[in-house]
Design a protein around this ligand. Sequence first.
Ligand SMILES: Cc1cc2nc3c(=O)[nH]c(=O)nc-3n(C[C@H](O)[C@H](O)[C@H](O)COP(=O)(O)OP(=O)(O)OC[C@H]3O[C@@H](n4cnc5c(N)ncnc54)[C@H](O)[C@@H]3O)c2cc1C
Length: 292
Amino acid sequence: MFNIESYRKAGSVAEAVRLLRENPLARLIAGGTDVLVKLRKNQEGFHHLVDIHDIAELKCITRTADGDLVIGAGSCFTAVAESPLIRRYVPVLAQAVRTIGGPQVRNMATIGGNLCNGVPSADSAPPLLALNAVLTIEGGAGPRQMPLEDFFQGPGRVALEQHEVLTAISVARDNYAGYYGHYDKYAMRAAMDIATIGCAAVCRLEDGRLQDLRLAFATAAPVPIRCKATEDRVRGRRISPELLDDIARAVTKDLQPRTSWRATKEFRLQIIATLAHRGVRQAILEAGGSIA
Ligand SMILES: Cc1cc2nc3c(=O)[nH]c(=O)nc-3n(C[C@H](O)[C@H](O)[C@H](O)COP(=O)(O)OP(=O)(O)OC[C@H]3O[C@@H](n4cnc5c(N)ncnc54)[C@H](O)[C@@H]3O)c2cc1C
């Protein structure tokens, strides 16, 4: 079956950190929907496991007195999609995680695992990037914080030490209040498929103008990525069909997707332009704006 040489189950974050420190070969397993796939392929690196799946402190989704949202890294996608707080304050995240795998996968797979796996196709990453999410990481010397934007280092690589645990993902109130968003994913199949391109658009309007826009993509670069140049180019502009066309053009200059067995670079650029146009349009309509 799986070539597992050691397996320890942690009852708390502190215990997980201790077990990781005791065995430098050990890696975390949460929902196992990536780890078990790697083990089945006998991929190196996962023969010593520390299981964090049942740590209750990692499964809370809360809102602080200041209105900041805090999502436990061990929250499964079904819990995230069904959370009244997520649905009310950041529905774009619920929309994105509902596109992940199928019900069985969503019941097991965690939002922390999705980020820590470090793949460019992680569907939870674009909405969280567009919401300026901040990560809390525990390694035994007290929690440290890091903007999600600085977390992705390359395909499969994230800014985590071997003994560290991602404990929470936070979205500050100022980053979601008054914002409306839309997530769209192009994949070869309508379900149970990895994104060929995923796009999150989050905007805030004022007097018929785009007061702020945040755009982020999956599988459009070696890591999930924001389109800062496009955002800066259109911030403050009056909403019009020409604005959407301009955004669709600008993002294809902002991103350099690669060709893979799923799609050519040219096809990806076409999808990127289409999803950006559609996503911003939908976010503006969600915000009560009109495109005349
Ligand atoms: C059939 C199928 C369909 C899928 N479809 C999609 C899809 O449509 N979109 C998509 O984005 N993904 C998809 N996935 C991938 C996968 O489900 C997700 O990436 C999932 O979020 C991984 O979470 P997990 O809890 O299962 O992680 P695990 O497999 O347990 O761990 C993944 C990695 O993260 C590390 N890790 C996990 N939790 C932590 C933590 N708290 N702190 C530090 N490191 C941690 C582990 O050590 C490991 O390296 C699919 C997978 C399958 C099997």
